[in-house]
Design a protein around this ligand. Structure first.
Ligand code: FDA
Length: 503
């Protein structure tokens, strides 16, 4: 792998770490298990090429003092740490550096307890847990009466997912993960443990959607849980272009964000087919008249209904095979490594015209094309004010688009990446503008990356990507960063640059 330019600090850093962290929790490139620990939660094999800049060491803490030691030793010896919870970052920034650099990874996979308090409908969840582990624990402790509104893929890590926003099938009813975070424990750049009160209002605001990696290492989160009926209804209805997908999709853009909050219908658009996937917080009997009245074009009927618990519905929609999946699969942390991918995102505030949808299907029919996932907003996700959390995509958003393209691991994916970039350029006139909004958790370095000036990331240069992810909240994030980490110790290619007050 590509060596860092200066490893001078590495020896001192490792000696410092060894004084506080047992050797079996430290992995250097010479350790027999280094590669297996490194790849343990990597989701995208394109970050396993020989050119990938890897860490000089991986620390796998089993208690909070090990995390603190990594930060203190890192600061003392000039080695940055990157923190990894679930490893799902689209650009791999939790375990690789784009530029050659000597850095360490703090991998939180061992810190993953979930403690549910049914009586108060709250839970403490550690960053190293997956959302699947959280969902499983919440459903079990509450007899399927409580849930948590976050992402669909069960293997995503709590740490990255929560600190970047976290949306999923319950977003129209309850908003997103960060709307329900009521406390957290952060290790800051001085190695202090800070709860909500100790970190202060601005930093607590910032870690709820502004990207945790800029502010420290979040160890755990206290969240408010939300009520769900013991049985919910799902459906999956594919509509081909020949059967009118263009018209149904055109209509969905206005209906999807305006339906009752209990009803969420997203669309996966692939070559020739739009697949409508839905979660309804009620019975099939109650759903059918709503669908007949509001969205008859979809021709959804009783044969499409599947009633199940909320926890089962996550897997049913995520796997999408139309077959039930055992709820214990929420606990499966292994990820498939057979395809690499590239993704990016957009927000739509004005419905896209029918003729444009027809043209979009021709893009999806090209060689090396990918897919689109459309998540409807409206309801609670859109009712929260833009500045309440750093996640600014609220009132007026009709839906989010995620573009994704896949290729076999081992190929370079060049034509697939080119397709996604060309398609993104084609979409420009049809999506949000000034800024062209993007979702931080669908990280894309094509949107821009930090420029370091005088050993600090530049606030001005960061605006290029920062205002796309955070709109007017970017400046407030930079001020919060200026407070908690003015030296810019916690830094990556898209971390929030520090801004001193009154600048
Ligand atoms: P990872 O560990 O790679 O961290 C991501 C970033 O957060 C890194 O910069 C890292 O340093 C930082 N970080 C991680 N832990 C931290 C901690 N404890 N303290 C401070 N900083 C920390 N999103 C969504 O909203 N809804 C969805 O349904 C999905 N679905 C989905 C499916 C699949 C297959 C993928 C690969 C991704 C998604 N996502 C998503 C996006 C997902 O929310 C995003 O990639 C998260 O950042 C992943 O968090 P991890 O902890 O897994 O990533």
């Amino acid at each position: 792998y590509a060596p860092a330019p200066s490893w001078a600090a590495a020896g001192d850093f490792l000696r410092c770490l060894s004084a506080s962290v047992p050797s079996q929790l430290l992995f250097t490139p010479g350790s027999p298990s280094f590669s297996s620990v490194l790849v343990s939660s990597i989701r995208n094999p394109k970050f396993l090429t020989p050119g990938t800049v890897r860490p000089l060491c991986i620390v796998t803490p089993i208690n909070a003092s090990h995390v603190q030691a990594a930060v203190l030793c890192g600061r003392r010896h000039g080695v940055r740490v990157r923190v990894r919870s679930g490893g799902h970052d689209y650009e791999g920034l939790s375990f690789r550096s784009v530029q050659p650099e000597a850095f360490a990874v703090v991998d939180l996979a061992n810190l993953r307890s979930v403690r549910v308090n049914r009586a108060s409908a709250t839970a403490w969840v550690d960053s190293g847990a997956t959302v699947g582990e959280l969902y499983h624990a919440v459903a079990k402790a509450s007899g399927d009466r409580l849930a948590f509104p976050a992402g669909l893929c069960p293997t995503i890590g709590i740490g990255g997912h929560f600190s970047g926003g976290g949306f999923g099938l319950l977003q129209r009813k309850y908003g997103i993960a960060v709307d329900h975070v009521i406390d957290a424990v952060l290790v800051d750049a001085q190695g202090r443990f800070l709860d909500k009160k100790a970190m202060g209002r601005e930093v607590f605001w910032a870690i709820r959607g502004g990207g945790g990696e800029s502010f420290g290492i979040v160890l755990s989160w206290r969240v408010r849980l939300v009520p769900v009926p013991p049985k919910v209804t799902t459906f999956i209805v594919p509509v081909s272009v020949n059967d009118g997908a263009v018209d149904v999709l055109t209509k969905w853009q206005e209906i999807g964000p305006a339906l009752p909050d209990d009803l969420f219908i997203r669309v996966v658009v692939t070559n020739g087919v739009a697949t409508f996937q839905s979660l309804y917080l009620g019975t099939c009997d109650a759903l059918l008249p709503v669908m007949r009245g509001r969205f008859p074009e979809l021709r959804m009927n009783r044969s499409h209904c599947r009633e199940m618990s909320w926890a089962e519905s996550v897997l049913y929609i995520y796997v999408g095979s139309g077959k039930p999946v055992p709820v214990t699969d929420l606990l499966n942390r292994t990820t498939l490594m057979d395809t690499s991918n590239k993704a990016t995102s957009d927000y739509v505030r004005q419905p896209i015209g029918r003729d444009v949808w027809a043209e979009i299907f021709t893009w999806l029919d090209r060689p090396n094309s990918g897919l689109m996932i459309l998540d409807p907003y409206g309801g609670e996700i859109s009712a929260v004010p833009e500045a309440a959390t750093p996640f600014p995509h609220r009132g007026g958003v009709l839906y989010n688009i995620q573009y994704m393209n896949f290729w076999a691991a081992g190929n370079d994916g060049e034509p697939n990446v080119r397709w996604i970039r060309d398609f993104y350029a084609f979409m420009a006139p049809h999506v949000s503008k000034n800024p062209r909004e993007a979702y931080f958790n669908y990280r894309d370095l094509d949107l821009g990356r930090n420029v370091v000036v005088g050993n600090v990331s530049s606030y001005e240069a960061g605006k290029v990507w920062g205002e796309k992810y955070f709109k007017g909240n970017y400046k407030r994030l930079a001020l919060a960063k200026g407070k908690i980490d003015p030296d810019d110790y916690f830094r990556n290619e898209q971390s929030i640059p520090p801004l001193a007050k009154n600048k």
